[in-house]
Design a protein around this ligand. Sequence first.
Ligand SMILES: Nc1ncnc2c1ncn2[C@@H]1O[C@H](COP(=O)(O)OP(=O)(O)OP(=O)(O)O)[C@@H](O)[C@H]1O
Length: 223
Amino acid sequence: MRAIETCGLAKTVGIDRELFTGLSLTVTPGELVAITGESGVGKSTLLNMLAGLDDADAGEIRIEGVALGPLNDETRTKLRRERIGFVFQAFHILPYLTLEQNVALPLALISPDSAAAKAQAGVVLAEVGLGDRGRDYARDLSGGELQRVAIARALVHRPAVILADEPTGNLDPETAGRVLDLLARAVKSRGAAAVIVTHSAATAAVADRVLMLTARGLTPIDG
Ligand SMILES: Nc1ncnc2c1ncn2[C@@H]1O[C@H](COP(=O)(O)OP(=O)(O)OP(=O)(O)O)[C@@H](O)[C@H]1O
């Protein structure tokens, strides 16, 4: 089964500015794909489309075999909450919640069992090396630590697909390398499919494939 499958995607923004056409991408479980390309070419737009947050003008996106196009908003939101995890550059971690509460948030959207959610949050926090910090408030953490919390939160509901937009953009190279290793190991051990938008060579180094986005779609870059 393919975790992500797109075929002939096209996207126009504004009145008639065509970002790309004929874009095809297949990502299998356990595979980590890095997408690079010039500023403004449409990398973040493509991630939003893969998450069902933005519509394609042509072509189809399937997540675990389910086509996003025909789904109504409610079903799309359900699929996104249950099957997709996000990591953003700006973290989106809430400062006045504890790490445990931040990481448990995606589970709260799926199931009301808060004790189980807390336990599960503790397990992923340990996986990212923050097992003893669950009761600390997010506002007291460093940038690298916050990014690890963001990764834990993206993984906690065991999504089939992980989408990351410049996940190490704010970090120094050494911390960025450690965070990426961790993300790559988590993707592999869980058999998730990951798409990471990046300008960083360090991300490209942990990826199984690096693809360049241009107006004509995605082209492989030789490692
Ligand atoms: N809803 C919209 N209406 C008009 N223009 C848009 C819309 N969404 C995106 N764009 C434009 O589409 C282009 C692609 O944006 P996007 O953020 O996807 O680029 P990117 O490749 O991620 O860039 P960067 O590397 O700088 O983050 C930009 O020029 C942006 O201004």
